[in-house]
Design a protein around this ligand. Structure first.
Ligand SMILES: Cc1cc2nc3c(=O)[nH]c(=O)nc-3n(C[C@H](O)[C@H](O)[C@H](O)COP(=O)(O)OP(=O)(O)OC[C@H]3O[C@@H](n4cnc5c(N)ncnc54)[C@H](O)[C@@H]3O)c2cc1C
Length: 481
């Protein structure tokens, strides 16, 4: 039996121009079964939509969504992003409670680390700004006289739970007391002068979350079709149907572009140019046999730019490669790492986006074989115990994917100028953490439900506003890791 032969015949589709070739009907077709498409399908089905088809030419979650660091945070320098992430984390908490935390949500936090006293003022400003955006209170723990700053030194620093996500503290703890830093994080470099511990943050198993949402969506009738969306029929500026690589045509009035790195390409099938581009981000995972990264650590982020040391031979090699020459100058802040896996695991993940220019999306991905060495060296500045690996480097697994993003690094979620066409994408380096609130928001658009105040910040039509376009031009730092 072909997919959909058992669809109820009473269903009356729009009259499509390719009527003769139609062999299926659906209320909603979602292109892309990454975390974005799956979350959209889940929230649509959960909120009563029926007859939903999810189409992907690959296995669900297998292109970008299973390559992430799986971390989340409500810690952003953008009020709309704080609101979106707070909602997403609320939904993750609800799901974790309802599903016995099958996806291992924890709340270890993000620890931003500096060895530069002048960055303390930056941490302080970031904390105050995040607090004003609704990320939670900033608490300062200091033994120093920090001038006019209003210090809240009354509260004790509270350690993070290792695996529990039910932790009451939000906001951040700025620790300036070096004795407290050494007591809590003895594995950090002795040069560290301050750490900022953002608390409504942590990580989870993205694959388990995604598969759980997909199973629940399927239990509510969502159908998965393994094929490529090849074209979209549009008539009178309205969606009429889609044509798939397996020869199937599906009549539908609602089409969702959740194509991840192919967002632009699928947008063009609708005659729409989406304002997105992609960067290739790499990641290593390796067995930390020497235990340089403690198993109970939070996400650790080196917040200072740094110069890497190279031998003369290495310098000569690097100077020859266009994409690596930048390593001889000052390298950007942001090298980050975390332990991965439960009891018995020694795996650690490491990332550092020191060279991520916009690139064309091409698969299979080509990774830089020098990346593991570079990221290990950069990380050693924060975690000196890693130096032991210089002699005998661990054998890493190198993978990664595209951050497909907008110029201002906000996602695209909402209706497109073709009637019945919607988008959920440009999820950049935050698609796992934003997945639940993004899927819920898209479902609210399609179902005509009321929208939260943050919806406007992510709607594609925001670019119609000249003031918004001018604002984007003045953005230079997204806070993206
Ligand atoms: C190295 C790295 C680290 C990251 N770390 C984090 C992190 O810590 N936290 C976080 O929140 N996010 C992180 N991210 C970002 C996150 O992984 C992405 O934002 C998210 O996975 C994007 O999901 P998506 O569903 O939009 O895209 P994808 O997962 O790429 O899914 C898109 C799907 O669309 C399908 N598709 C495309 N075109 C078609 C077509 N024409 N027909 C049929 N199917 C089609 C593809 O086959 C694919 O399966 C990271 C990303 C990378 C690369």
């Amino acid at each position: 039996m072909r997919d959909g032969e058992n669809l109820p015949r009473s269903h009356s589709p729009p009259l499509p121009f390719f009527l003769s070739s139609i062999n299926q009907m659906a209320s909603i077709v979602i292109c892309g079964a990454g975390i974005a498409g799956i979350s959209a399908a889940y929230f649509l089905a959960h909120n009563g939509a029926r007859d939903i088809v999810l189409v992907d030419e690959r296995a669900p979650l297998s292109l970008t969504s299973d390559k992430s660091t799986e971390c989340y945070r409500n810690w952003w320098n953008d009020a709309a992003m704080v609101a979106l992430m707070n909602r997403s984390i609320d939904l993750l908490d609800d799901l974790a409670r309802a599903r016995a935390n099958v996806f291992h949500l924890n709340r270890r936090g993000y620890l931003y680390v500096t060895a530069d006293k002048s960055r303390i003022a930056e941490f302080m400003r970031a904390g105050q700004q995040a607090e004003s955006f609704g990320a939670g209170k900033l608490r300062v723990h200091s033994e120093l006289d920090v001038g006019n700053w209003k210090l809240d030194v009354g509260e004790r620093y509270v350690q993070h739970p290792t695996s529990n996500f039910q932790f009451p503290n939000t906001g951040a703890d700025l620790i300036l007391d070096r004795a407290l830093i050494r007591e809590q994080f003895p594995y950090l470099s002795e040069r560290v002068v301050a750490v900022l511990h953002a608390r409504r943050c942590g990580w989870l198993s993205a694959q388990t979350l995604g598969m759980d949402l997909l199973e629940q969506a399927r239990a509510r009738g969502v159908r998965f079709i393994s094929a490529r969306v090849e074209s979209i029929a549009v008539r009178d500026n309205a969606v009429r149907g889609v044509r798939l690589s397996n020869g199937t045509t599906i009549a539908t009035e609602i089409f969702v572009n959740a194509a991840g790195p192919f967002l632009k390409n699928v947008g063009q099938m609708l005659g729409i140019e989406l304002p997105v581009f992609s960067e290739l981000h790499q990641k290593i995972s390796f067995a930390d046999a020497l235990g340089a990264i403690p198993r109970d650590a939070p996400m650790l982020i080196w917040s200072d730019p740094q110069h890497l040391e190279f031998s003369d031979a290495e310098r000569a090699l690097i100077a020859e490669a266009d994409e690596l020459r930048g390593l001889l100058a000052e390298c950007p802040a942001g090298a980050h790492t975390r332990p991965e896996g439960g009891a018995g695991s020694t795996i650690a993940l490491m990332l550092w986006a020191y060279h991520t220019p916009p690139v064309a999306e091409k698969f299979p991905l080509a990774f830089d074989p020098l990346y593991p060495q570079i990221v290990l060296r950069g990380m050693t500045t924060m975690l000196p115990a890693l130096e032991k690996y210089f002699e005998r480097p661990p054998k890493p697994i190198l993978d990664g994917g595209y951050y497909t993003k907008t110029r201002e690094n906000r996602p695209l979620i909402g209706a497109l100028p073709v009637r019945g066409a919607f988008v959920i994408g440009a999820l950049s380096g935050f698609g796992i953490m934003a997945s639940c609130a993004s899927g819920e928001l898209l479902a609210n658009y399609i179902l005509g439900n009321s929208l939260p105040p943050y919806a406007r910040a992510f709607a594609p039509e925001r670019y119609d506003d000249p003031a918004y376009r001018a604002w984007i031009e003045n953005q230079n730092e997204s806070g993206q890791l």
